[in-house]
Design a binder for this molecule. Sequence first.
Ligand SMILES: CC(C)(COP(=O)(O)OP(=O)(O)OC[C@H]1O[C@@H](n2cnc3c(N)ncnc32)[C@H](O)[C@@H]1OP(=O)(O)O)[C@@H](O)C(=O)NCCC(=O)NCCS
Length: 173
Amino acid sequence: MTELRHDKFRIRHFVPDDLPALVRHAGNRNVWQTLRDDFPHPYTEEHAARWIAAAINATPRTHFAIEVNGETAGAIGYRIMPGGFSAEIGYWLGEDVWGQGIATAAVGLMVDHIFSRFNVPCVIANVYEFNNASIRVLQKTGFRLIGWQTATKAGKTVQQTIYSRGRGTRGNA
Ligand SMILES: CC(C)(COP(=O)(O)OP(=O)(O)OC[C@H]1O[C@@H](n2cnc3c(N)ncnc32)[C@H](O)[C@@H]1OP(=O)(O)O)[C@@H](O)C(=O)NCCC(=O)NCCS
């Protein structure tokens, strides 16, 4: 993938110069609190440097920057699950740019990209049941609730919803 373009943002490969913006946006506790436990907090320059290097060095590259107004303001990516039975998508945006429809458009573009590139039957997303904004994003992009699982977040047991969008289905946004 070279990049995916939208009039409000572009999805592109990470570059080392993304580090300061990544630290600033990812370091916000409001971003961290609905992401999985493996997303660090506090988010240091070392975390950002490791993340950027891993994204750049992966083959194929599966984790991308969401650039808004000329700077990295979030990330979106996927992993192909063992056996190729699904792809799992993940994403976050800096709080400064929430509420502009960016995640909805970015998820829609990335799902189309995944289906065009990989022969997976569905794309899934695991979302804490209290993450209403992300659930709304998934509903608008054609995902349907298929189940729940138990997870831990910051030492607490929480419920995670599992959303899925099948190949050939469309978003509502
Ligand atoms: C979830 C997240 C990606 C949404 O990004 P965004 O660009 O603001 O999303 P959009 O603007 O495309 O759409 C958000 C939708 O949720 C709605 N929404 C926002 N906060 C909400 C809330 N607390 N309850 C219900 N709906 C809410 C918005 O109104 C909008 O729906 P609408 O278009 O029908 O009005 C962003 O909030 C974020 O990065 N959060 C922290 C990290 C995270 O949770 N990532 C996802 C992990 S699964």
